[in-house]
Ligand binder design. Structure first.
Ligand code: ASP
Length: 311
């Protein structure tokens, strides 16, 4: 007999959606991660036949997201997704690193059910908060049987984990999927699907996932006018396992930085080239001596490399 999937799990991690300011007019001078996930759900409409279960995983400003919280969050998502009556998981999250957490969960869970991240640009105490609508939309998306895998629901749009980026520091419509565009829109609790849903990522089952202290250290650096190799040399000396360079344009780096990176690579440090451009992707060429992180932003290339190097 098939069990009806009617439960949506809402995992709280903090962020502006749970933020509190001294005045309703203040949309920037707030403390993130103050309200509990139960409080966020109060009054939020739920699709017919759906039950919600809330759980607090963390209470942080997502600028402070770290490996320990990621490991716990991935564990809680995996636990709930394995329950037959659970249709999907919603994660409330700060916007600053939401794209990183989405991509991390995409790569480590590769879920067949929906895992939907959402948040807010204005605190819960704002005169016009955006969190309640985003949360209602995220729950509707998680309950939709067409949806699978990890996505971000924000300002009425559904973004895939691989494409989504925070592109604005203040506007409520702060996320974009760049050239790819959103997967769908959410309109009055219904999905308007725009393009084929991406398949699940190949699930990485590294044993070290449960031991965040053992995760390999991968750092990001930037090519810019006058960039030198001093940072590379210092990081190699400090025992870094991998380096992602946010190159200029098509992932290019200047001569000094390239020399440093090639030497690092010779010494066993894994190097990937991404682009500091907000849109587009690094296109590899036959003569590349430093491998391109094709299609990944620097922060996502860092996660991909970290998982690749994970024992
Ligand atoms: N600093 C906040 C955070 O990422 C910003 C937000 O949630 O919009 O937690």
């Amino acid at each position: 007999m098939q069990v009806a999937r009617e439960e949506i799990i809402v995992l709280g991690t903090g962020g502006t959606i749970a933020g509190r300011a001294a005045s309703a007019a203040d949309n920037v001078g707030y403390r993130a991660g103050e309200l509990g996930v139960d409080e966020l759900l109060r009054g939020v409409p739920v699709p017919p036949g759906v039950r919600l279960h809330a759980e607090e995983v963390a209470q942080i400003d997502s600028k402070d997201m770290d490996f320990a919280v990621w490991a716990t969050l991935a564990g809680r998502c995996a636990h709930w997704l394995a329950q037959e009556d659970v249709a999907g998981v919603v994660v409330t999250h700060g916007t600053d690193t939401m794209e990183e957490t989405a991509f991390f969960l995409h790569r480590v869970l590769g879920p067949g059910k929906p895992v939907v991240l959402t948040g807010a640009m204005r605190p819960a105490t704002s005169a016009a908060p955006d969190g309640p609508q985003n949360l209602a939309d995220a729950i509707a998306v998680a309950a939709d049987p067409q949806v699978r895998g990890v996505c971000v629901v924000f300002a009425g749009a559904v973004h895939g984990a691989s494409d989504v980026q925070k592109v604005h520091s203040y506007r409520t419509d702060a996320f974009s999927s760049g050239d790819a565009g959103p997967l769908a829109y959410v309109e009055e609790g219904r999905l308007r699907v725009l393009r084929p849903w991406p398949g699940p990522a190949t699930k990485g089952a590294a044993p070290a996932l449960l031991r965040p202290a053992a995760w390999p250290r991968v750092e990001i650096l930037v090519n810019h006018a006058g960039a030198g190799r001093a940072i590379v040399d210092a990081l190699v000396k400090d025992g870094v396992a991998g380096l992602v360079v946010a190159g200029t344009g098509n992932g290019t780096v200047n001569h000094a930085l390239e020399a440093g990176l090639l030497e690092a690579q010779q010494h066993g440090v894994a190097v990937r080239r991404a682009s500091r451009c907000a849109q587009g992707r690094v296109l590899p060429t036959p003569n590349d001596r430093l491998p391109a992180a094709v299609g990944l932003s620097p922060v996502k290339a860092r996660i991909a490399l970290m998982l690749e190097l994970m024992p």
